[in-house]
Design a protein around this ligand. Structure first.
Ligand SMILES: [Cu+2]
Length: 138
């Protein structure tokens, strides 16, 4: 190796080490920097909005109410005692429903208010199985 090449190699090594040292210092400062503790515990929007109702055995107190904050999404699973259609009036079109087969769907809670979830049975029955309550944004 010539002296010139040795010099270039040494300069390159110094440059790489300088960049690595700077990066390590910055990383160390980030790790030590105190952050707001609350942000760690913050719940991601919509994370807990999963609801299910087994309409083959509704609770004695009546159909459940599922509460969602306006702007969030919610997922639902419904098991029905009869085939037909399921609708959340004000939110969804009729969705095909097969007896004892879970129907899963998601909606984005854009409108606030109370919205009945009905089974429109193929036998002509009309049964409320839940209410979706969307709490208005403040
Ligand atoms: Cu209806």
């Amino acid at each position: 190796m010539t002296d010139k090449r040795t010099l270039i190699a040494a300069a390159a090594t110094v440059a790489v080490l300088a960049v690595a040292y700077g990066a390590a210092r910055r990383l160390g400062q980030q790790l030590e920097a105190p952050g707001p503790a609350a942000s760690v515990a913050a719940r991601p929007a919509g994370a807990a909005n999963e609801f299910s109702v087994d309409a083959t055995r509704l609770p004695a107190g009546g159909p459940p109410t599922f509460t969602v904050q306006q702007g969030e999404s919610a997922s639902f699973t419904v098991v029905a005692p009869r085939s037909g259609k399921l609708a959340v009036h004000g939110y969804t079109e009729d969705m095909a429903l097969t007896e004892n087969q879970p129907l899963r769907f998601t909606l984005k809670a854009e409108l606030s208010g109370r919205f009945p979830m009905h089974i429109h049975g193929a036998d002509g029955s009309h049964t409320e199985v839940a209410t979706v309550e969307v709490i208005p944004r403040r």
